[in-house]
Design a protein around this ligand. Sequence first.
Ligand code: PGA
Length: 252
Amino acid sequence: MRKKLIIGNWKMNLNMQEASLYLHKLMEVLKPRRDVEVVVAPTTLTLQSLSLQINRRIAKLAAQNCYWRDHGAYTGEVPAAHLRGIADYVLIGHSERRYIFIESDKDIRLKVQAAIRNRLQPILCIGETAQERALGETRDVLADQLTSGLANVTAEELDKVVIAYEPIWAIGTGDNAKPVDVKKATQMIRQHVAHLYGKKAAEEVRILYGGSITVDNAADYLAISGLDGLLVGAASLDIHQFTEIIEKAHKG
Ligand code: PGA
């Protein structure tokens, strides 16, 4: 059985002091669970000092982004190579990266590859816009984003990759996707991974849902067979809500 994976994406919130205090409390209240893996994704600036503070038996760290080249004249960027050993995971292609920072499919493909090359587990975020959904294009959009994002990933490397289904219209809007639709999307993703890598790989790949998750709706997603966990944004900024969501994953 795959472990449940609960990731808190703090986005551009919690400065050094706030992040350190949050982590301190999290280490106090969380117990290591065999059935749940907990990850938090703080800002890049805070990652290194949090990596010295965190107890990795209790929780792990994700970067929110990385650059795909290992070094060079790329002002302002942080390469996956520098995150190696500091973070365990890295979010790649989050919709805020795709739409606000205009990351292309090619950028995302190269970043996935850079993450794997540098021993970080990429969390590849995919999802359709409201318009694509209205036009019934969800399956095609997911297939295209998977094909493109995983283009350079070998079958052996696929077990490092986590896929997060994050419908754009559900992120930060309070308009969470219906569990029945998340279940369908999860099946579409597994079918496409099977098409690309075979049935066994498709059964093993971890798939998360993200988009307006709250303490009240988390259990509905955790009950979906074939879904392995949650990528939590706003609700993860409140340690009580985040730990309650983790508890539901443990019980669920
Ligand atoms: P949200 O964010 O939970 O605040 O909607 C989810 C995400 O961006 O991963």
